[in-house]
Design a binder for this molecule. Structure first.
Ligand code: ADP
Ligand code: MG
Length: 238
C-alpha cells in the first residue's frame, strides 16, 4: 500500500510560563511513516507526548519545526504549512479524528451528531441517516438514546457516539486518541472490528490504546515515544 502520512523532523516545545520562560520540550525530531492498511500505535508512558503528536497531526497544535505530509485528493499537503481553509478541507475529506471524549453540543441528538460529518460532504440525508444508524447499532448505543442529546449519556455511551462519528466516513487517515478508554470488553471488540475493517479498505491509522490486549489486536507497529526532556528554565541555557 502507498504511504498516506509522513512525519518529518517534528518538534514541539510548550512554553509553560510566558514571563519566566519555562519551556517543556515534548516532541524532538519525531519521524514516522504510515502506509494505507496499517495501524501504528503510539507507545510510551503518560506524559510522553502521544496526544501532542496526534493533535499535531490533526493540526490542533502547531509544531515548532518539521513537516506533516498527508496524501489528500491525489496530492501531498503539509499540515504544518497549510492554510486554515486547507486544513478544514483535509479534515472534512481525508482525516477522521476520535478524541477520548465527545464534544457534546446541547440539544443536538446523537443521530445528528454522528451524521453531521457526512451531511457536510453533501451526501444525501437519507443515506447519512442510514449510515449513522448502522454505526450506532454496531457500537451498541441503545436505540432509545438515538434521538436524545448525549449530554445526559454515561461516559461510555458518549464515547461510543464519538466513535460512531469518527468512523461515519471512510476516511483515508484515522487518528484515534484512546477511543476505548471508557469501554467494556464487548464495546472494545466493536471498535477493534471497525479498525480492522478500516485497515482492510486501506486506511492509514495512528492510535493510542492503553489496553494491552486491544493494542496487540490492532497494532501492526508500535511507535516508541522518546521520554520527554526535562523542563528547561532560562538558567539551564547558561
Ligand atoms: P501523553 O498523551 O503521552 O500522556 P501529552 O502529549 O498529553 O502526553 O503530554 C505531554 C506533555 O506535554 C505533558 O507533560 C503535558 O503536561 C504537556 N502538555 C500537553 N499539552 C499541553 C499544552 N497545551 N500546554 C502545555 N503543556 C502541555
Ligand atoms: Mg494522551
Amino acid at each position: 500500500m502507498n504511504t498516506q502520512l509522513r512525519v518529518e523532523h517534528l518538534s514541539k516545545t510548550f512554553v509553560l510560563h510566558q514571563q519566566n520562560g519555562v519551556r517543556l520540550p515534548v516532541l524532538r525530531d519525531a519521524n514516522l511513516t504510515v502506509r494505507g492498511g496499517e495501524c501504528v500505535v503510539l507507545h510510551g508512558h503518560s506524559g510522553s507526548g502521544k496526544s501532542t503528536l496526534l493533535r499535531s497531526l490533526y493540526a490542533n497544535y502547531l509544531p515548532d519545526q518539521g513537516h506533516i505530509w498527508i496524501q489528500h485528493q491525489g496530492g501531498w499537503l503539509d499540515m504544518v504549512q497549510a492554510e486554515a481553509r486547507q486544513i478544514l478541507t483535509v479534515r472534512r475529506h481525508t482525516v477522521g479524528w476520535v478524541s477520548q471524549f465527545l464534544r457534546v453540543i446541547p440539544r443536538i441528538s446523537a443521530l445528528d451528531l454522528v451524521m453531521q460529518p457526512l451531511l457536510e460532504l453533501g451526501v444525501e440525508r437519507r443515506q447519512c441517516l442510514a449510515r449513522a444508524e448502522e454505526m450506532l447499532d454496531r457500537l451498541n448505543v441503545p436505540r432509545r438514546l438515538w434521538h436524545l442529546a448525549p449530554s445526559t449519556f454515561s461516559g461510555g455511551e458518549q464515547q461510543r457516539v464519538n466513535i460512531a462519528r469518527g468512523f461515519i466516513n471512510d476516511y483515508p487517515v484515522l487518528l484515534l486518541d484512546e477511543p476505548t478508554a471508557s469501554l467494556d470488553g464487548r464495546n472494545g471488540s466493536a471498535v477493534v472490528a471497525l479498525i480492522e475493517q478500516a485497515k482492510q479498505r486501506g486506511a492509514a491509522i495512528v492510535g493510542i490504546f492503553h489496553d494491552d490486549a486491544i493494542r496487540q489486536r490492532v497494532a501492526d507497529r508500535l511507535y516508541d515515544m522518546q521520554p520527554p526532556n526535562e523542563v528547561k528554565t532560562p538558567d539551564d541555557h547558561q
